[in-house]
Write a protein that binds this ligand. Structure first.
Ligand code: 5RP
Length: 218
């Protein structure tokens, strides 16, 4: 089975969490794109979605699904999003698609975060995938130096601007033995908007699509 087929099966499995007439949070990425398409074609009819990116908004609206501002929706019962890596504690690295800030906001505002991914995203220890950090543009070099002091190798994601008008530094070479501690440390660097470590607020359910079907980890 291809990784993409695994993503699609995980996305299909997430439909069971969607309640008819509800407002749900929707993440960003290729796995979520499957979720949006499947929601439109075979899922329950929702009232509206709160979207984590311009790309997902466009896709949702293309299917005729109303997109609502988080300021208008209030807290949500469900958020569905993908991940770049997850450990067995459901702590995640996210932001490969650059939507980490809005994703973290919606995850924080949601009572249940269902993460969908193909099997390859489950890792023993986080950190093989370069950790995305969204930064205020004027702070980029300063933040990069701070990240070097933490033992990372910062790499500016050139020619990429987030939906919030900021830049991304992808950090490789970090040993992420204590994800919550590292999340707090990086968040505290002036100029950092969001670090793509979702450890304080990880997922509640992980659905992993692979050869043997969809594995659920709670
Ligand atoms: C976007 C994300 C995505 O969830 C993550 O990059 C996974 O993407 P994909 O579903 O394409 O593998 O965090 O900012």
């Amino acid at each position: 089975m291809s990784a993409d087929a695994g993503k699609r099966e995980a996305a299909r499995s997430a439909l069971q969490f969607v309640e008819e007439g509800s407002i749900i949070g929707v993440g960003t990425g290729s796995t979520v794109n499957h979720f949006i398409d499947l929601l439109a074609s075979e899922g329950p009819r929702i009232k509206a979605a709160v979207s984590s990116s311009e790309a997902s908004t466009e896709r949702l609206e293309g299917h005729g699904i109303e997109v609502m501002e988080l300021n208008a929706s209030g807290d949500l019962d469900l958020y569905v999003d993908g991940a770049d890596e997850s450990n067995r504690l459901l702590q995640l690295i996210k932001g490969g698609g650059g939507a980490l800030t809005r994703e973290k906001i919606i995850a924080g505002a949601s009572r249940r975060f269902v993460c969908i991914a193909d099997r390859s995203k489950l890792v023993r220890a986080l950190g093989e995938f370069p950790l995305p950090v969204e930064v205020i543009p004027m702070a980029r070099s300063f933040v990069a130096r701070q990240l070097k002091e933490l033992g990372g190798i910062p790499n500016w994601r050139e020619n990429f601007i987030t939906d919030n008008g900021n830049q991304i530094i992808d950090v490789s070479g970090l040993t992420i033995a204590e994800p919550i501690k590292l999340e707090d440390t990086i968040n505290a660097i002036p100029g950092v908007v969001t670090v793509g470590l979702f450890a304080r607020r990880g997922a509640d359910v992980l659905l992993l699509g692979g050869e043997d079907g969809v594995e659920r980890i709670d």
